[in-house]
Design a protein around this ligand. Structure first.
Ligand SMILES: *Cc1c(COP(=O)(O)O)cnc(C)c1O
Length: 376
């Protein structure tokens, strides 16, 4: 397969990253070693939390948080539909019921009003998602959670380094999770990390990721049903090396996002991303919203014909075949989510996207939207 000239996303790797991973390989200690511990220590410091627990993926981390909070069959968990499937799947793994909440039309994060409306006697927790790296409306969400005594998991898998009112994400809710797939802000290949200030959650999480072993227990002593959700040492070494560069990564991403916005904001058929004045956005993807009436899927098709990749982002989870089958969810249930998800478009985005490449993406987008190609 030919790689497109401008990729949708790309990890930012250098000689230091290669060297760190190679050193682990040469050491012969490939699992359960010092690198994962170092990564956890660095991450806890960075996020400003007491505990960090490295795991094999963001999904694994979220699943562990669901279990650690005691969410089980019969419980309802409030969750956006405008998210990646993992936010919902981890609820299903424990046979709890996802209750889909609509989003607000500016940042596409959970709408606090709809959130409160959907609380029932069975509601146990809220799965908050900081969509595209923009923090959710935390003040309102925390207030609601307190009022109704609900647990909170922060799916911050798209938002490492983001801040809400000068406080880093990872500190909100009972526990949060970051993810390190190669399109995220930093990568470990596959990987994730749980962060929490709660000693009990941290202890259970460490046990769950390691086959249910006790902290000091013997290798073949299992206190509970656990998983192999451990992060290996090569991944952790890459994580350490990448995390050391996080601030420059976030700045590079912001620069690329700002260039896109500068070049796009003058066109009436596109809405550029909204960043609230009281947050620090950690740019995960650059998502524009096309004017209603434009055929977004056709725009993607025509852009790809011209060698520029683009993606519809997100496709609502309540409309996925497996969820429809399980819960009978359908069109019309979440008006804002449904109308916005038909118009959103992720453009190529990574740390080192050059201005000429951004110009090329914008040129092709204009050609497709303005050149009447959509009516052919
Ligand atoms: C990336 C991501 C995850 C975790 O994905 P993994 O591939 O399991 O690391 C979870 N939730 C959201 C919203 C994500 O974007």
């Amino acid at each position: 397969m030919n790689m497109p000239k401008i990729p949708m996303s790309a990890p930012d790797l250098d000689e230091r990253d290669y060297k760190e991973v190679l050193e682990v390989l040469k050491s012969g200690r490939l699992a359960l070693g010092p690198k994962a511990e170092e990564f956890e220590k660095l991450m806890a410091e960075y996020a400003g939390v007491k505990h960090a627990i490295a795991v094999s993926s963001g999904t694994a981390g979220l699943h562990i948080l669901v279990k650690a909070l005691g969410i089980e069959e019969g419980d309802e968990v409030l969750v956006p539909s405008f998210t990646f499937c993992a936010s919902v799947n981890v609820i299903l793994y424990e046979k709890a019921k996802p209750v889909f909440v609509d989003i607000e039309p500016e940042t596409y994060n959970l709408d606090p009003e709809d959130l409160e409306r959907k609380i029932t006697k069975k509601t146990k927790a809220i799965m908050v998602v900081d969509v595209f790296g923009h923090p959710a409306e935390w003040d309102e969400i925390l207030q609601i959670a307190e009022k109704y005594n609900l647990k909170i998991i922060d799916d911050s898998c798209e938002a490492l380094g983001a801040e809400y009112k000068s406080k880093k994400l990872g500190q909100f809710g009972d526990g949060a999770c970051f993810a390190f797939y190669p399109n995220k802000q930093i990568t470990t290949g596959e990987g994730g990390i749980i962060v929490t200030n709660n000693d009990d959650i941290a202890k259970i999480a460490r046990s769950l990721r390691n086959q249910g072993r006790g902290e000091m227990g013997a290798w073949l002593y299992h206190e509970r049903l656990g998983y192999n959700y451990r992060m290996d040492e090569m991944s952790a070494a890459l994580g350490v090396s990448q995390l050391k560069k996080i601030e420059s990564f976030l700045q590079k991403r912001e620069k690329v996002a700002n260039m896109y916005t500068e070049k796009l904001k003058k066109y009436p058929w596109v809405k550029t991303p909204v960043v609230k004045p009281y947050v620090r956005m950690s740019w995960f993807v650059y998502v524009i919203t096309l004017e209603e009436g434009l055929d977004r899927d056709k725009v993607i098709e025509e852009m790809e014909k011209r060698g520029i990749p683009a993606r519809g982002y997100f496709s609502p989870i309540h409309l996925q075949p497996y969820i429809r089958e399980m819960f009978g969810t359908k069109e019309g249930m979440l008006p804002v989510t449904e109308s916005i998800s038909k118009c959103t478009l992720a453009l190529p985005f990574h740390n080192n996207l050059k201005e000429e490449e951004i110009d090329e993406v914008v040129r092709v987008l204009r050609e497709v939207v303005e050149g009447n190609l959509l009516k052919l």
